[in-house]
Design a protein. Structure first.
Length: 93
């Protein structure tokens, strides 16, 4: 998982659910990316062998990025994430 195996394996189900905050927003967002960012996210370096735990592996892309973001969300904690979302929503009022 992008060199984060040990940290990612320690996450609880509650920690993993915090990654849903990546997609919460009071308004529609458009991400404008440089080609270097697109290539980093979707290029050959982003494709990893994902161990499914049953003796099978599958090619997967984006795992490194999602792992890093999930670890960041877990480190922030639910209260901080909800507070930031609430502040964004309050700006819309």
């Amino acid at each position: 998982m992008g060199g984060q195996d040990e940290k990612s394996e320690q996450l609880s189900e509650e920690d993993l659910l915090l990654s849903n905050y990546q997609r919460r927003s009071p308004h529609t967002a458009i991400n404008i990316l440089r080609m270097t960012q697109v290539n980093a996210a979707a290029g050959s370096k982003s494709i990893v062998d994902l161990d499914l735990g049953d003796g099978r592996t599958e090619k997967a892309s984006g795992v490194t990025l999602y792992t890093r973001n999930t670890l960041r969300m877990a480190a922030m904690g639910k209260d901080a994430l909800q507070s930031a979302l609430d502040a964004d929503i309050a700006m819309q009022s």
